[in-house]
Design a protein around this ligand. Structure first.
Ligand code: NAP
Length: 241
């Protein structure tokens, strides 16, 4: 890539879920690479705190569970170049025993990550630059299922296949997904150390990633204008083992 192509200067990057964790790191890296950044999530206090940490960014509230909120958000922000969707709630029942599956909670687990992402694509596509990109977020459980977490596997798979379908449907806008392994955000840091170690010990790179390492995947997918319909694992080699 040329030096100009490696830059996000004069690009407008929207990060939904950008107030913490992976999303905040994406926003920070995009800004470092010259982009004008819009950070968004559902709690105004989180948006304000994130903008304080990233002073040149602007912040807006969006609730991916509420289509009116999504529609209003995109009307307010106007034209942009790249959209990264890293929003996710941790309400999904990850470890459901087969006898006590709560179908209402199971459906709800797709509300932000899958249906919310689709709502953002629906309303965002009206004002995205045709040369721009959308990057969704799946997760390693899509490829390496573990006992008692079939919904997380299903949700990640649905998001990745949505990215592939949208890449055809929305071209020339590019649509990809990042598939994170263990990324050391505030949430994963709450995991008991032995559980975290059990996840990462078998990896070729036996540790969790920093949010900045994950963010580099998103920014790569924004920058490379010939990549679409792909899933980029940032997982320490987790797909290999
Ligand atoms: N961290 C990992 O190891 C890992 C691994 C695999 C996959 N992932 C996936 O990557 C995504 C980000 O993970 P993370 O660790 O960065 O999580 P995080 O720090 O908890 O960030 C989640 C973000 O989503 C926002 N959000 C939650 N509900 C929302 C809603 N209804 N509308 C809009 N925004 C909403 C949150 O802000 P508000 O509360 O203000 O809305 C927050 O900014 C998640 O989908 C997760 O499943 C993470």
């Amino acid at each position: 890539m040329t030096e100009a192509a490696m830059s996000l200067a004069r690009k407008r990057v929207v990060v939904i879920g950008g107030t913490s964790g992976i999303g905040f790191a994406v926003a920070a890296l995009a800004q470092e690479m010259g982009a004008e950044v819009v950070i968004a999530s559902s709690h105004a206090a989180n948006v304000n705190a994130a903008v304080e940490r990233l002073p040149f960014a602007t912040g807006n509230v969006i609730d991916l569970r509420d289509e009116d909120s999504v529609s209003r958000f995109f009307e307010n922000i106007g034209a942009f170049d790249h959209l990264a969707l890293t929003a996710g709630d941790w309400g999904m029942q990850m470890f459901i025993g087969k006898r006590d599956l709560d179908l209402v909670a199971a459906r709800d687990g797709f509300s932000v990550r899958f249906w919310g992402a689709l709502a953002a694509v629906k309303h965002g596509i009206r004002s995205i630059n045709p040369n721009g990109s959308i990057t969704l977020t799946s997760g390693m459980l899509a490829h390496r299922p573990i006992k008692s977490a079939p919904l997380a596997t299903a949700a990640g798979g649905a998001i990745e296949h949505l990215a592939r379908g949208l890449a055809i449907d929305l071209a020339p806008v590019r649509v990809n997904a990042v598939c994170p392994g263990i990324i050391l955000t505030d949430h994963t840091k709450l995991m008991p150390e032995d559980r975290l170690q059990a996840f990462v010990a078998r990896l070729p790179l036996p540790r969790g990633a920093s949010p900045a390492e994950a963010a580099a995947g998103y920014v790569y997918l924004m920058l490379n204008s010939y990549v679409t319909g792909q899933v980029l694992p940032v997982d320490g080699g987790g797909w290999l083992v």
